[in-house]
Design a protein around this ligand. Sequence first.
Ligand SMILES: N[C@@H](CCC(=O)N[C@@H](CS)C(=O)NCC(=O)O)C(=O)O
Length: 346
Amino acid sequence: MVTTQAQPLALLGAAGSPYTRKMLALLRYRRIPYAIHWGSHRTPPAGFPEPKVKLLPTFYFPKDDGYEAVTDSTPIIRRLEGDHAGRSVLPGDPVTRFLGDLIEDYADEWLTKAMFHFRWAHPADIENAGPMLVFWNSPVIPDEIAGRASAEISKRQIDRLYVVGSNATTAATIEQSYERAIDALDTVIAQQGYVLGTRPSAADFAIYGQLTQLAIIEPTSAAITQKHSRRVRAWLDRVEDLSGLEPETAAWTHRDQLKSMLRPLLSEIGRVYVPFLLANARATMAGLPQFETEIDGRPWAQPTFPYQAKCLGWLRESYGELSHDDRTALDDVLAGTGCERLFGEV
Ligand SMILES: N[C@@H](CCC(=O)N[C@@H](CS)C(=O)NCC(=O)O)C(=O)O
């Protein structure tokens, strides 16, 4: 059912949730009328159903007898492409489309490790994030209750740092990877404005979502971002609202340009995310609750994450569906970046 201004697409989200911010910017660019309900994944707004897995954002798609509660930004973006014509965020060329899917996945699943790490690993960031999370949820909460809530939330989140793989062994790998990601993003933005051309794609919104926190909220990573690239920092404020951009006058990167344009970013993905995906998939297949591997020349240890084994499966499936010519073109773009290992032996 198509949403209108009279019946906007409702969603539950939080300003401190990178996936909520990814989707809000996408909805603005796509000019899809929406109504955001600020809140927590624990408490759906009155009158809306609960999703199967409580995550932010939760979308409430209207149906004949009420609403369907849906989570997971990546498939929601694909669903919105079918529901609303024009201003697409998915390139038509299957090679560019694949690269967009890979970069979106990297932002959602790897950059988010940096997001969680920088939010909860260093004292100055913890001091900032605890109260922010409380006041994002309610600006009228009394100070005393806010103080207690902040301490509880901070403890719960710090205790969960290990889930994303942030620990003493992995800290340097995560932090250095973030710095290289900003440099790589700077290189591509400087040339064409967005990751896959002079118009934004789902990959841009995914990166934007994580950076709304990393580059702005967390003091430590915000300072790193400013130091490495004021261009990237400024880019975020534009991507927040691209409602005035006319994609008809813009273009996706030509297939012949993809290799040189995306080299730094794909090399970073191949350096850290691909070895992670492969080791995690091996551990998932072996039924291991946690795994150890080497990433970027250092040891890496974390609990197994079955959802990210699915991410690898989806990427491999998309690769398998490419025509022979498209696959050859994609192989050429990925050759030497480390990303070509995605399709070999797990
Ligand atoms: N793959 C999901 C991830 C969504 C997600 O992890 N959301 C976080 C907030 S940013 C959440 O709701 N976490 C709640 C929890 O972990 O219990 C997406 O793309 O939407």
